[in-house]
Design a protein around this ligand. Structure first.
Ligand code: PBG
Length: 332
């Protein structure tokens, strides 16, 4: 390769930064509203919009209200919304049967949103934690998270969401073999065009704290999730998981959390050339919001910069609680 720059002063990099017009021409990456997936929290009731205290600006919506929120998102040009339920405590059991109840919060919300705005893609979460007394993503017996029994339950959950009209299924559970089982069930159940966006490289992270408050799992969780979620020290393992999930029938893959794991996004995209999404998780959102509320950073600039960095790293899209705020900023 020839040298990439002439010696000074023939090369002056500041020439290309001298004005907004020149900088705009020089910019390699950009965030667009079509890159954004908006995660929202659901709660029972009617007319409810309840703030999540550890996530300033984020609300839990009752089904009627999430329809309004979805309309606004669609009007802003956001292509997809992703649903997470705050299941009432009395519906959390050790058999997690609420997870595949056609009348559960998520399934009712999917139907209501698709009826109001069929153009907005609806993504769901597949995992047992919102329905589990133990707060784990899988069945727990004697402190052990069961893999194969959990996969059977996840398949039932997947089918109930597909039957309700979900466009994109998002398995966040990290059990082995779930993508293949879900894909088979979707094919034989007549849901050939339902996408799977696999949480392929999901790490056992401290950055999920505010989310667990939002879905009411904080008190419930016994122990940690390290026997199924990845070790933050690993990178090659992530590529093997991404490859495995794609081979089992995932359409797209996700890396989670986002900013601390941009190297994983870049490796997945550049080395495997797969559609790669990142989840800017609750703790990342909360850090930016908290610092901004204290006047320590400019929140809007930090939001825009953090989302741009996902694009630079190679991501095709980003799940972010900032989606509506970013969409409005892009519109101005
Ligand atoms: C659980 C799930 C989690 C998130 C999405 N799905 C938390 C966890 O694994 O404990 C985290 C999202 C966030 O922090 O924003 N299946």
């Amino acid at each position: 390769m020839p040298p990439l720059a002439a010696p000074f002063p023939a090369a002056r990099f500041r020439r290309a930064r001298k004005s907004p017009a020149i900088r705009a021409l020089m910019q390699e990456n950009e965030v667009s509203v079509s890159d954004l997936i908006w995660p929202v929290f659901l709660t029972e009731g009617e007319g409810v919009e309840e703030p999540v205290s550890s996530m300033p600006g984020v609300l839990r919506y009752s089904v009627d209200r999430v329809v309004e929120a979805a309309r606004e998102a669609a009007d802003l040009g956001i292509p997809a919304i992703c649903l997470f339920p705050y299941t009432p405590m009395e519906k959390r059991t050790s058999d997690c049967a609420e997870a595949w109840n056609p009348e559960n919060l998520t399934n009712r919300a999917i139907r209501a949103i698709k009826a109001a705005r069929p153009d907005l893609a609806v993504m769901t979460d597949v995992a047992l934690d919102p329905y589990n007394v133990d707060g784990h993503d899988g069945f727990v017996v004697d402190g052990v998270i069961l893999n194969d029994e959990t996969v059977e339950a996840l398949v039932k959950q997947t089918l109930s969401q597909a039957e309700s009209g979900a466009d994109i299924i998002g398995p966040s559970d990290m059990m082995d073999g779930r993508i293949g089982a879900m894909r088979n069930a979707l094919e034989s159940g007549g849901h050939k065009d339902v996408l799977i966006l696999s949480y392929a490289a999901k790490y056992a992270s401290a950055f999920y704290g505010p989310f667990r408050d939002a879905v009411g799992a904080t008190g419930a969780l016994k122990g940690d999730k390290k026997t199924y979620q990845m070790n933050p020290g690993n990178s090659d393992e992530a590529l093997r998981l991404v490859t495995r999930d794609i081979q089992e029938g995932a359409d797209w893959v996700m890396v989670k959390p986002g900013l601390p794991y941009l190297d994983i996004c870049t490796r997945a995209k550049r080395e495997l050339a797969v559609p790669t999404y990142a989840y800017q998780v609750s703790g990342e959102y909360a850090m930016i919001k908290a610092a901004a509320q204290n006047g320590w950073i400019d929140g809007e600039r930090a939001m825009a910069e953090s989302l741009l960095c996902f694009k630079r790293a190679g991501c095709d899209g980003i799940l972010t609680y900032f989606a509506p705020e970013m969409a409005r900023a892009l519109g101005n």
